[in-house]
Design a protein around this ligand. Structure first.
Ligand code: COA
Ligand code: AMP
Length: 648
């Protein structure tokens, strides 16, 4: 894994003397001092005994012995200290033509009441609650209500099917599930209740209750396990904040990769609150009182960290948006939201901007809006392509900042920390490792590679506060998946390099993950589903390049001997199977029957080579290939379905 050394940032000013460099060095050389200082911004019920506890290394814990409540820090303390009438949450939903506003006092009251409702249903500190909802205020209220009680929420993205939801319910074993009657996607309503019922059907340990938010667009039929949101809160006693250990879990968020079985990323209370509060000022350059908008979904880590927790911990107004960036009534919807709600900083995925740029290449819709308060656009979730970067810079006229992170890390590993000092923007780079992240690129023997050479991107332990300390009920799996290849380091599963100025370049995943519209998907999980089709002998899912979504999954399937049904029927069944088992979010629309798959002599399917063919890139067939002719055949098939050199 190595490329020739080059230095895209070599003409930059001397970064070694910068304010950023000073702060970064301090975070690495004196992490306990650094994070103890940041922790002073959080209200503790009891101070910590130890800032960093390495007694169970490589499992590190932050702020052991400390006690706090995350919801108190996100809401109550702002009500008590002068922000009661400031807006905490603005819900903007073009798909339902609604805007709702909640002050800190109102949001705090709603959360306390729903926490009381959950308590009445038997939820206590340490219990888990699954939240399967669209991007509506009640999802945020339910998350914060769990935090208030010291219960552990696990939000499942609404685009996942019953089977995926069931896997998460089996692992998290919730006492209560909070859901809604429907989600709203362009041109269709998504009834959640049948998916929820289907999932519960598949699990042995069923939840005691389901709280269902009845949306007027489509009401659900409730059965005896269910209670409507309205009934649940009627007469509920507002619940007080329950103090928890800093190391107690705040939430579990399932993510994919390595095997088809999703991994339950655990976030603690103390380190999470400290790191996210710190990030608002130092990474995003946001002040309390500012309006901040993460155009994501509460079901993803970006939604957890930057729709819900960080902006509220920092005393900002957070914007929750239900809808798409394009296609829905107003093609300038994003600029309207920024303008109408006085957004200072926005965060989304590059794919959203590619979709906008495709519809409005000249930025005509941007010009219709006054974006007076808008100061910066942050993008993450996938590689920021230079064309999108320059379109956004040209039309928005604010700094456009790429930053790199993962569900596991909870906040940015690499960023241009505009709140400390804005460094030069280098296209293709999320700038430098953020304070707290001791990032290296290693070769397969664990040796640090030279600047400019590609290696496995790893973080020297301990990771800073806020990073996942373990996997839910699976400490050994955490060790095996992330900590075993390079002892003493956390493996990000991204490959890339650092140049001689310390700029980071993230090039590719080293596992089975593809990135589709900023959504992280496991090709292994899709292959497992496809392989269960009775006509399929073997299959491979690859993620060729797509102009809008970044990557799109394509399934190549080999049929069992003797299967003589029409190929297009089987292909359609396979597409439907993936949608039914994983969900619409997989965006799996193309399956194609091939005679055989290209393999090495040892039997390994050459997925990477097929992807290169699909992308129309030049490639050298591996010397170990079993039958070189197959690559030509695969190329022809991919060409016929619109990939390869023929694809625009
Ligand atoms: N509930 C139910 N279905 C959902 C869903 C949800 N919450 N979210 C997406 N889906 C469905 C979509 O309707 C679509 O279904 P279809 O195949 O019937 O059309 C499918 O899942 C794929 O969704 P998506 O990949 O998001 O495609 P899209 O065409 O609907 O939208 C973008 C494409 C780029 C506009 C959109 O993904 C986007 O705005 N992304 C940027 C923000 C973001 O989500 N970032 C994530 C992390 S920061
Ligand atoms: P998720 O856990 O869903 O947030 O996905 C994390 C993965 O998305 C990372 O491991 C990267 O592969 C990719 N990713 C996120 N942000 C960036 C970025 N700024 N540049 C390149 N890849 C990114």
């Amino acid at each position: 894994m190595s490329t020739s050394a080059h230095s895209p940032t070599s003409d930059r000013s001397d970064l070694s003397r910068s304010r950023f460099e000073h702060i970064y060095r301090r975070s690495i050389d004196h992490p306990e001092e650094f994070w103890a200082e940041a922790a002073a911004e959080i209200d503790w019920v009891k101070p910590w005994d130890q800032v960093l506890d390495g007694s169970r290394a490589p499992f590190y814990r932050w702020f052991t012995g400390g006690r706090l409540n995350t919801c108190y820090n996100a809401l109550d303390r702002h009500v008590e200290r002068g922000r009661a009438n400031q807006l905490a949450l603005v819900f903007d939903s073009p798909v339902t033509a609604t805007v709702e506003r909640y002050t800190y006092r109102e949001l705090c009251d709603e959360v306390a009441r729903f926490a009381g409702a959950l308590r009445r249903l038997g939820v206590q500190r340490g219990d888990s609650v699954v939240i399967y909802m669209p991007n509506v205020p009640e999802a945020v209220i339910a998350m914060l209500a769990c935090a208030r009680l010291g219960a552990i929420h696990s939000v499942v993205f609404g685009g996942f099917a019953a089977n995926e939801l069931a896997g998460r319910i089996k692992d998290a074993r919730p006492k209560v599930i909070v859901s809604a009657s429907c989600g709203i996607e362009p041109g269709r309503l998504v009834p959640y209740k049948p998916l929820l019922d289907g999932a519960i059907e598949l699990v042995e340990d069923k939840p005691d209750h389901c709280v269902i938010l009845q949306r007027p667009q489509l009401k659900a039929e409730l059965d005896e396990r269910d209670i409507s949101w309205e009934d649940a809160i009627a007469g509920a006693e507002p619940a007080e904040c329950v103090a928890v250990e800093a190391t107690d879990p705040l939430y579990i968020l399932y993510t994919s990769g390595t095997t088809a079985q999703p991994k339950g990323i655990v976030r603690d209370n103390g380190g999470h609150a400290v790191a996210l509060k710190w990030s608002m000022k130092n990474i995003y350059g946001v002040e309390p009182g500012d309006s901040y908008w993460a155009a994501s979904d509460v079901g993803w880590v970006v939604g957890h960290s930057y729709i819900v927790y960080a902006p509220l911990l920092h005393g900002c107004t957070t914007v929750l948006y239900e809808g798409k960036p394009v296609g829905t009534p107003d093609p300038g919807a994003f600029w309207r939201v920024i303008s109408e709600h006085g957004v200072s900083v926005m965060f989304t995925a590059p794919t959203a901007f590619r979709a906008i740029r495709q519809q409005d290449p000249d930025g005509n819709h941007v010009k219709r809006y006054e974006l007076a308060k808008f100061r910066a656009l942050f993008l993450a979730g996938e590689r920021l392509d230079p064309a999108t970067l320059s379109w956004a810079e040209e039309h928005l006229k604010v700094p456009v900042i790429d930053h790199w992170w993962q569900t596991e890390t909870g906040w940015a590993i690499a960023a241009n920390c505009v709140g400390i000092e804005q460094l030069p923007v280098v296209p293709g780079s999320p700038t430098r490792p953020a304070p707290g992240w001791n990032l290296r690129a290693l070769d397969s023997d664990g040796r640090q590679v030279k600047p400019g050479q590609t290696g496995a991107l790893v973080v020297k332990l301990p990771m800073p506060p806020g990073a996942s300390p373990t996997l839910w009920n699976a400490e050994d799996r955490f060790r095996e998946v992330y900590l075993s290849t390079f002892p003493g380091y956390y493996e990000t599963k991204d490959a890339g390099f650092l140049d001689e100025n310390g700029y980071v370049f993230v090039m590719a995943r080293t596992d089975d993950i593809i990135n589709v519209a900023g959504h992280r998907l496991s090709t292994g999980a899709m292959e497992e589903v496809i392989a269960s089709h009775p006509s399929v002998a073997e299959c491979a899912v690859i993620g060729p390049h797509d102009r809008i979504k970044g990557q799109l999954p394509v399934g190549l399937i080999v049929l069992k001997a003797g299967v003589d049904r029409p190929h297009e029927v089987i292909e359609a069944e396979v597409v439907q199977l993936v949608r039914d088992r994983i969900g619409a979010v997989a965006a799996f629309k193309t399956a194609v029957v091939v005679d055989r798959l290209p393999k090495t002599r040892s039997g390994k399917v050459l997925r990477g080579t097929m992807r290169k063919i699909a992308d129309g890139e030049g490639y050298t067939p591996p010397a170990t290939i079993d039958d070189p002719a197959i690559l030509g055949e695969i190329g022809t098939v991919l060409h016929q379905i619109g990939y390869g050199s023929g694809r625009s």
